[in-house]
Ligand binder design. Structure first.
Ligand code: BGC
Length: 845
């Protein structure tokens, strides 16, 4: 027993049942309970995958580093880079006082419409798993624990709290659980977050097979499992399955009373309880909590080198999908540039929901292009894409000076004051120092200035009671009445309440918001938006701007209201009239590049129109500058598509089995997710998995394989390729290795990604990439025939006995494999035959 294990064993011995129950039950929304008698500290956690937000909710809280969202990280194909980014988020978690970062999100892009696709890396489990392992190593190098999430089959948001994901075991093992297996075995994850959904009928948070058999017994996981927030459904079964921590506090299913009852009634076994108590003591130990790490005031880093890293990562995840030589832009030949599109002026750097953070910086493409170019930059918005009215913010308002009062009537002096950048007030608990989370009110004052004269609709969504004044006149009074329910405030907010005002371009109006928490529950506050009602032909305005410039950059996309936790998208198309905008701008000015600023896959049926297409994704706080780096060629676009873009939504693999019905989503496409489907069905995608161009050109030579050629795998199977940069500039390339299996007992995908390597080369330089495969790279999972023995053998209807495995496991079949060295799932550069001699063999799950 090591010293640490000894301390944990001693503490376990000394703890009462009530103290054990306290330890495994959350306290606040982001903290666990301390056991003061034994000096066991509380633990602090923070969301999430693209930043360490700290104690705030969604996009509020202490400013923090905002790295690119998961789908951009997936496009980097660079686990070392993810390790660096993980280390940065480890540092950010530490300065926010957190012991645990609730990340990475490693569910898969099963369907293009999945609301959280932006958080997840890819459609491919190996790419996701290798990247996740890098990220995890980085975070944990700072003694901050991760919780790889959401375990498992949580790949869409439809009925997310209850849906039953029905997935066969083989598909779970080979596809959806595989990233988690990498997280545990290669990343050494200290934590896992169980998902909201059911898996084959059982809630993931009490799934004995998932949390016990697979995670701990088979994979050897020795960390803690935290529930997703409010996802626990039981006491005894969850403890028995190995759910170590119920979050948030104060728990509904864990906690002393419930646990005593469960022990007394026999619904819970004390040994099971002890096991998860040890999990919690272990994570406290691993993260240094026993030595005082965690908690305290939240700080900020914002280091110069972090900005540089995030900027580099954004470019490494930018995919140059199409280029006829137009990019990099030859700035010396341009005297004017049109910058057009709904996302040009306000960059969308992240998606919505628990991943949202308050970033240190957010530079829009328009601002970055204007700063860097010494030429005339003309802007047009092009079209509106708002799903719901966004909260009003800069450049239309000055900071909202906000005074907080105890109670509702504001007769005493204000207790606290703060300034806000947008009229989006959301508070869980105390909104400001000295004010508790119960009865309070605030008044926010700002000056509102628009750039277009005409009628405007002022909008309000509230959880509480609000009045909005413009120049002293009440425009919205929502202090009495029933305003219905909308989906804001996690579904607790009112419907949209509106009032109409006339505003004059350039003339400031005073706006005052009076809010009280009266009648509100849980997540309190209000959101005030502004929408022009004027008739304006934005596309025609954009055409004129485009026609008058030497070249055009069109930034299209979505935002955190379209791509968010809690809701799937309802259309594959880019929202609003963006396709028409692209086509008309390209017609007005053929020298156009389209920049796609989205989280998940969207329709790209317009690809023929522009000369070049860049997919930048939700690229984090340095998006604007990173985009300019790539547009002008200071940096090579390093990204390769992490997910296939189908020509039509109907071509996507899960189309017929999405979103689900009668509380069930059936993963009917099985293993055939992403390119596996397109290959098997001979469907041409618009953009294949793995595709991406560089500004440099590369020759691949001498692809070779070594290895014993036997199913004994006495030597590793190593593929090497010499890569030469044949261009006059530096760039990067990604060598992808797909394995094509011989006929096997079970149906198998045509080919699957099993390894990859990214290489950066200077002009003229040659390097060698090395990809190592192991026995699992050749194996498929066979759950075995579990039915044969139960079939009655009655003459004259005998039991047919085809060939089958009776024992579940990973099987490697001898025979001729193809090792495909490729630039994408469809662009194959070399195919190396690889013969595996010997006997079929089985690997334990
Ligand atoms: C999300 C998790 C997140 C948690 C805490 C849940 O709604 O699904 O990903 O970590 O909230 O914010």
């Amino acid at each position: 027993m090591t010293g640490h294990d000894g301390r944990i064993a001693e503490l376990l011995d000394e703890m009462t049942v009530a103290e054990k129950a306290d330890l495994i039950t959350g306290d606040g929304i982001w903290t666990t309970r301390a056991v003061e008698r034994l000096s066991i500290p509380a633990m602090t956690v923070t969301d999430g995958p693209n930043g360490a937000r700290g104690g705030g909710l969604m996009g509020t809280g202490t400013p923090t580093a905002c790295i690119p969202a998961g789908s951009v990280l997936g496009a980097t194909w660079d686990p070392d880079l993810l390790e660096e980014l993980g280390a940065l988020l480890g540092d950010e978690s530490a300065v926010k006082g957190a012991n645990v970062l609730l990340a990475p999100t490693i569910n898969l892009h099963r369907n293009p419409l999945g609301g959280r696709n932006f958080e997840c890396y890819s459609e491919d489990p190996v790419l996701t798993g290798v990247l996740a392992a890098g990220f995890i190593r980085g975070v944990q190098s700072r003694n901050v624990a991760v919780t790889a999430k959401h375990f498992v089959a949580n790949d869409s948001e439809f009925e997310r709290n209850t849906i039953d994901s029905q997935v066969d075991e083989r598909t779970l093992r080979e596809v959806y659980m595989l990233p988690f297996e990498y997280a545990v075995k290669e990343g050494g994850a200290w934590g896992i977050m169980s998902s909201y959904n059911r898996v084959n009928g059982i809630f993931a948070s009490e799934h004995d097979w998932l949390l016990g058999t697979v995670l701990r017994d088979q994979w050897g996981f020795d960390g803690f499992v935290v529930s997703d927030w409010f996802a626990v459904r039981s006491t005894g079964p969850s403890i028995a399955a190995g759910l170590s921590l119920e979050m948030p506090g104060r728990g509904q299913w864990y906690g002393p009373k419930r646990i005593m009852e469960a022990l007394d009634s026999g619904a819970c076994d004390e040994n099971d309880l002890d096991r998860i108590v040890v999990d919690m003591l272990t994570v406290l130990d691993r993260t240094g909590a026993f030595d005082g790490v965690g908690g305290g005031d939240e700080g900020q880093l914002d280091r110069v080198e972090d900005r540089a890293l995030i900027r580099r990562a954004a470019a490494e995840g930018t995919v140059l999908i199409k280029n006829d030589g137009f990019l990099p832009l030859d700035t010396s030949s341009l005297s004017s540039l049109a910058v057009i599109g709904p996302n040009a002026q306000a960059a969308k750097i992240m998606g919505g929901g628990s991943a949202a953070v308050r970033p240190y910086r957010n530079i829009s493409p328009l601002a970055a292009l204007t700063d860097r170019f010494n030429i005339e930059v003309r802007h047009a918005h092009g079209c509106n894409i708002d799903r719901s009215t966004p909260p009003v913010g800069a450049p239309f308002i000055s900071p909202l000076e906000t005074e907080f009062f105890k109670g509702f009537d504001q007769s005493d002096a204000a207790t606290a004051s703060k300034a806000y950048e947008t009229a989006d007030f959301k508070f869980f608990g105390s909104p400001a120092d000295g004010i508790d989370g119960g009865e309070y009110s605030f008044t926010a004052t700002t000056s509102l200035t628009v750039d277009f004269t005409g009628p405007y609709e002022l909008t309000l969504v509230q959880n509480g009671r609000t009045k909005v004044f413009i120049d002293g006149t009440v425009v919205i009074d929502a202090t009495e009445g029933d305003f219905g329910r909308g989906d804001d405030f996690f579904g607790l907010g009112s419907g949209e309440i509106t009032g109409v005002i006339d505003l004059t371009a350039g003339r400031s109006a005073e706006m005052e918001i009076h809010y009280s928490s009266e009648g509100g529950v849980m997540i309190l506050g209000c959101k005030v938006g502004l929408r022009s009602l004027g008739k304006r032909d934005l596309i025609s305005e954009a055409e004129i701007v485009a026609a008058s410039a030497d070249a055009a950059v069109v930034v299209v996309g979505t935002n955190d209201d379209w791509e968010t936790e809690g809701r799937d998208r309802d259309s594959f198309a880019l929202p609003g009239q963006q396709e028409e905008l692209i086509r008309r701008v390209c017609a007005a000015n053929p020298n156009t590049v389209v920049v796609v600023n989205v989280g998940g896959p969207h329709d790209m049926g317009w690809m023929d129109a522009p000369r070049a297409v860049l997919n930048i994704g939700f690229a984090g706080q340095e998006l604007g500058d990173a985009l300019v780096d790539v547009l002008v060629g200071d940096v090579d676009p390093g990204g390769r598509m992490p997910t296939t873009i189908p020509a039509r939504y109907e071509h996507s693999p899960a189309y017929l089995n999405y979103p689900g019905e009668n509380s069930v989503v059936r993963y009917g496409e099985g293993l055939y997710v992403g390119y596996r489907w397109f290959d098997a069905r001979h469907i041409d995608p618009v953009v294949p998995f793995g595709h991406g161009l560089s500004y440099a050109t590369f020759a691949w030579d001498n692809a070779r394989v070594s290895g014993s050629g036997s199913t004994a795998f006495s030597d590793p199977v190593v593929i090497e390729v010499d890569v030469t940069n044949t261009s006059g500039r530096a760039g990067s390339d990604v060598v992808q290795l797909y394995v094509e299996p011989p006929p096997s007992l079970l149906h198998r995908p045509v080919r699957e990604l099993k390894g990859f390597a990214k290489i950066r080369l200077d002009a003229g330089e040659t390097g060698t990439v090395r990809i190592e495969l192991n026995e699992r790279s050749f194996a498929y999972f066979d759950p075995g025939d579990q039915f044969y023995d139960s079939i009655p053998d009655t003459s004259p209807v005998p039991r047919e006995r085809g060939e089958r495995h009776s024992e579940p496991g990973w099987y490697v079949t001898p025979g001729s494999y193809g090792l495909v060295v490729a630039r994408s799932s469809v662009d194959h550069v070399a195919e190396l035959p690889y013969l595996l001699n010997g006997n079929e063999f089985r690997i334990d799950p």
